[in-house]
Structures are given as C-alpha cells and as structure tokens.
Design a protein around this ligand. Structure first.
Ligand code: GTR
Length: 326
C-alpha cells in the first residue's frame, strides 16, 4: 500500500474512532493482518487496556485489524518510518531485513510449541528481540503462531513427491522460497491478502499455514486438502517503531515493555482455544485432512536451506543453541 493511501486510511479510521480515544494523551496505532477476534488481535487489544489503566488513562492503543493499514511487508516499512507505531507480524517478512529472524523461521528448527516457548522465553528470545533495534524496531514480545502445514486445491499430498511442480504461495521471505525449491515445488511469494483469490483462480495450487489462519482467511473454502506435515513453527513478533519509541519517557517505555510481556500468556491461552475451534470448523466443512505423514524426508530435504541461511558463525551458533535447548 502506498504511503498516501495508508495515511488516508489512518485518518479515516481515526475520525471514526476519535471519540473512543479522545481522552488519551497518546494513541499508538497498531497493525495486524488478522480479523477482529483472532488471538493476536485480541492480545494486543488486552495489552492496550493494561497500558491505558497502568498509565492512568494517558496512553492508549488502537488496533487496526484485518490489514486495514496494509499487507505485512508494507506495514513493516511504515513501522520503520513511524507512520505505524506498533505492529504484530510474523517473523517471516522480517527475514530479509533482520538476519537473526531467519533462524527461528527455519523449517523444523523447533521440535514443537513447548520447545519454541522455552527458546523464545529465554536468553535466545531476548537476543533476537534486541536484534530488531539497529534496524529501526523495538522487539517487544512473541506470540504463538502454531504449526504451519501445506494445503492445496488439487490433491492429497502424502509425500514430497506429490509437491513436485506445484505452485505454492509462501510469505515474502527467501527462506521460504528456498524451502519450497528444496521440496521440488514452485514457490510463489505473495501477500497474505491475495492468497484467497489466487487459490480460487488457480494462480497458485496451494499455500501453507496454521489451523486458525487457514480457517479465518477462508482459504479452506477453496483448498480442500490439508496435510499436517508441520514444517514450520514461526513465532509471531510484536514490535514498535523506534521512531515512536524514542518519543516516550523511559518510564512509559518500561510500562509498554511490561504490558507486552504480560500479554503473552493471554495470547497463548486464546491461541490454544482458537486452534481447536478452527480445526473443528475445517473438519466439519469436509476438508480432507492427511495426518499420517512421514516427516523425515521433509526434514532431510532442508539441509541446503540450513546451509544457505544459517551461513555465518553467529547464525550457526544460534541454530546449535536452539537445537540444544531441552
Ligand atoms: C499467519 C501469520 C500472519 C501472516 C500469515 C501469512 O499465520 O499470523 O502474520 O504471516 O500467516 O502467511 O502471511
């Protein structure tokens, strides 16, 4: 989205919601691609309530959900420039900007959600949050993004061979483009908001995501096969613009940091509940679920992706430490 369009959207929404935020001295604008009610959107809204209360009503957060401020790659740019104050995005679209985020976007780097939590809640997570700052962002917290698996409109995918030559949408990150090539498919990097019609019109055969995104985006209506190969567990990032951050007092910065940390538990609870609801809805809709998949060939195929993207001693060390985390 162009800057002018974004500003127009911001002003229009601000006018509509002006009354709700009129009493706030400072209203921070926060972006999310997901619809209202999605666990990331709700967690930031709850965080906003905490911030409002703890600041004595001075600081508020207005969440612009449903990609009202644009697709993730564009909103990341606008966050860097301070047009958007806060952003909840996947780590994926940060991969080409902040190399440390590539490590936690590598396929099969986490053995499961518990492993991801132990890594991201500890020193490695803090190290990666700190890596955002030199690039113009303040890393605040990580939210859950479940496990991502392949879905498509064509046929059941039982093995890597079935992916050969398929056109599969990925997030705009070289890691995911190379992941698809290593699996023999044709990667189509594309903004999230374009995937539904691309599936419907056959521009792509498939995509990959977690249960709640597959459901809330409606992609399951146009892609009837879901293979639970769980190739990616990508943490969601909550970041602030350094431009906006630098205008705050150290006390208010600490208040926001704490509220962000406190919102993590809320997000995890909402996430676990939503995963179940989304899975039920997708199963009830008649999507064919392939869940007896042998993951080993998928894991083995990722060797070149690790070699290419964890290609410095610093990144290799991060991989080793993540794998060594119990
Ligand atoms: C979702 C994630 C979004 C976005 C989307 C995508 O799971 O929460 O931030 O990255 O996937 O595939 O683009």
């Amino acid at each position: 989205m162009k800057l002018r369009t974004t500003l127009a959207a911001l002003m229009a929404t601000a006018a509509l919601s002006g009354a709700a935020f009129a009493e706030c001295e400072l209203t921070l604008k926060s972006s999310d691609t997901h619809p209202d009610g999605y666990p990331t959107v709700a967690a930031v809204q709850v965080m906003g309530e905490m911030i409002k209360e703890r600041s004595g009503g001075r600081i508020c957060i207005e969440v612009f959900h449903s990609a009202q401020l644009g697709e993730e790659k564009d909103t990341i740019e606008q966050t860097k420039f301070g047009v958007i104050d806060m952003n909840r995005v996947s780590m994926g679209p940060f991969n080409n900007i902040i190399e440390e985020t590539k490590v936690v976007s590598l396929p099969f780097i986490f053995r499961g959600t518990d492993h991801m939590h132990r890594v991201m809640d500890g020193p490695i997570g803090e190290e990666i949050l700190a890596a955002f700052e030199p690039h113009g962002f303040i890393g605040l917290a990580y939210f859950d993004g479940g496990s991502r698996s392949f879905y498509n409109s064509q046929k059941p995918i039982d093995s890597i061979d079935d992916l050969a030559g398929m056109k599969v949408r990925v997030m705009q990150s070289d890691v995911f483009v190379d992941m698809m090539s290593a699996l023999g498919a044709n990667a189509t990097p594309m903004p999230y908001g374009e995937v539904y019609s691309a599936l419907q019109t056959g521009v792509i055969d498939g995509a990959e995501n977690n249960w709640p995104s597959f459901e809330s985006s409606g992609h399951y209506e146009v892609a009837g096969y879901y293979t639970l190969n769980e190739h990616l567990i990508v943490p969601e990032a909550l970041v602030m613009s350094k431009v906006s951050w630098d205008k705050l007092t150290p006390e208010d910065q600490a208040l926001i940091r704490q509220a962000a940390k406190d919102s993590v538990a809320i997000n995890r609870e909402l996430w676990a509940a939503r995963e179940k609801v989304s899975e039920e809805k997708i199963r009830a809709a008649g999507v064919q679920i392939i869940d007896n998949i042998d993951k080993t060939p998928f894991i083995e195929a990722m060797v070149p992706v690790y070699e290419k993207h964890a290609n410095t001693p610093k990144l290799q060390d991060l991989v080793t430490r993540i794998q060594a985390t119990e």
